[in-house]
Write a protein that binds this ligand. Structure first.
Ligand code: RFL
Ligand code: PHB
Length: 388
């Protein structure tokens, strides 16, 4: 088999890249290790930046998002001194879209089906080869080994994927920070606690009240990394969440059975080499942010913006500069999101070694946001997403 671009990973970044390239007549094959049902059962991000929304429009994936997504013009920050709102519309004339990653992925699959794209599910032992020469990718499916020759390989296979591992250690630089806590998250068929997201700093730890739609809520609480989600009963979760949210919210919120319960670790990670010969990394394959800034999926999408631009120019006119500058352009935006996500994490969580000084500094960060338009504006600009 032969194609222009082999895309490893059928998550949101791989599917968006495939869709944008196919629409321009560039051939792709997407190789995904899991089944389609499995990919669509993963519950992850919920907040789309306006730039991500624009990209999905360009990909032709906006009809259902416009019908079922919820534009949010602000969010709440809750502290021991009470709750206040950050008004994105007022501060930077922008908004975000609350629309689940699961829905985005489903829409991208539907768009790919509609144009007859090639997506191979349950492709095992995927491996890129000869990235400095005549690239090809091998994989196994139904007991047979397949080989696809290509011009380029896009590594869109997430943090645990194979793509990053083929870059030799002496040609790769990685920078990491692991945070000393995790997020226990649940999904429940209940009315959301508020009209917008609430990020809460509380002496017992961080809490987040989020949502998917009028009848589907997503909640998170900070827990020690060693905690076992199965040891958290629904009742214990709701009780702890309510302690950390403002009384007026906790007293009226609807609770119910959890549909999903899991613990996610918090990590910042950047592979500063996003290109290796014909291989281009994008999304979680190249970087991870703690979810506090709602940036992971959005960064994956902005990588694809830069990468698709580079590939379209290459196939359109032979112009190579977009591909040559891809890593630097993408990383500039990545580092900004890494900083924002680290900062949001640092002002909202309780750290095991947090002393009185750290505590005061955290309180002052939140006071600044409460009192200073300029501080809220900086947060709003980053939260809705910096320009591409
Ligand atoms: P994905 O989604 O991990 O997809 C990678 C795909 O590659 C496949 N794969 C392989 N395929 C073939 N061969 C191999 N060897 C392979 N290895 C892996 C996998 O099966 C998978 O289908 O990466 P992608 O496309 O880069 O997308 C990144 C996003 O999924 C991620 O950044 C976000 O979910 C992060 N995130 C959030 N991001 C936001 O922008 N806003 C949010 O509100 C937000 N909330 C979250 C989040 C992530 C969370 N968790 C659980 C990590 C909340 C949580 C709890
Ligand atoms: C979510 O709804 O899953 C979500 C929202 C905002 C975040 C993280 C996760 O910062």
């Amino acid at each position: 088999m032969k194609t222009n671009v082999v895309i490893i990973g059928g998550g949101p970044s791989g599917l968006l890249l495939s869709q944008l390239l196919n629409k321009a007549g560039i051939g792709t094959v997407v190789l995904e290790r899991r089944s389609r049902d499995y990919v669509l059962s993963r519950i992850r991000a919920g907040v789309l930046e306006s730039g991500t929304v624009d990209l999905l429009r360009r990909a032709g994936c906006d009809a259902r998002m416009d019908r079922e997504g919820h534009p949010h013009e602000g969010c709440y920050l809750s502290t021991e001194r009470g709750m206040f709102r950050v008004d994105f519309r007022d501060l930077c004339d922008n908004e975000v879209m609350v629309y689940g990653q699961t829905e985005v992925t489903e829409d991208l699959y539907a768009a790919q089906d509609a144009i007859g794209a090639t997506i191979v599910h349950e492709a095992m032992e995927v491996m890129p080869h000869d990235l400095d020469g005549s690239p090809y990718v091998t994989y196994e499916k139904d007991g047979e080994t397949h080989r696809i020759a290509c011009d380029f390989v896009a590594g869109c296979d997430g943090y645990h994927g194979v793509s990053r591992t083929v870059i030799p250690a002496d040609r790769k630089h990685e920078i990491e920070r692991v945070y000393p806590f995790g997020w226990l998250g649940i999904l429940s068929r209940t009315k959301p606690a508020a009209d917008e997201l609430i990020y809460a700093n509380h002496p017992r730890g961080f809490a987040l009240a989020s949502m998917r739609n009028e009848n589907l809520s997503r909640y998170y609480i900070q827990v020690p990394m060693e905690d076992d989600p199965d040891k958290w009963s629904d009742d214990a979760f709701w009780a702890e969440l309510k302690r950390r949210l403002p009384d007026e919210v906790a007293d009226t919120m609807e609770t119910g059975a959890s549909i999903d319960k899991s613990i996610a670790p918090l990590r910042s990670y950047v592979c500063t080499t996003m290109r290796h010969g014909a291989l281009f990394l994008a999304g979680d394959a190249a970087h991870i942010v703690p979810p506090t800034g709602a940036k992971g999926l959005n960064l994956a999408m902005s990588d694809i913006h830069y990468l698709s631009e580079g590939l379209l120019a290459w196939y359109g006119s032979g112009e190579a500069s977009g591909l040559e500058t891809y890593s630097d352009r993408a990383l500039l935006r990545v580092w900004r999101a890494i900083r924002f996500s680290w900062w949001m994490t640092s002002i909202l969580h309780r750290y095991p070694q947090q002393d009185e000084f750290d505590q005061r500094m955290q309180e002052m960060e939140l006071e600044n946001l409460r009192d200073l338009d300029a501080a809220r504006r900086a947060m709003a600009l980053n939260y809705v997403g910096l320009p591409l």
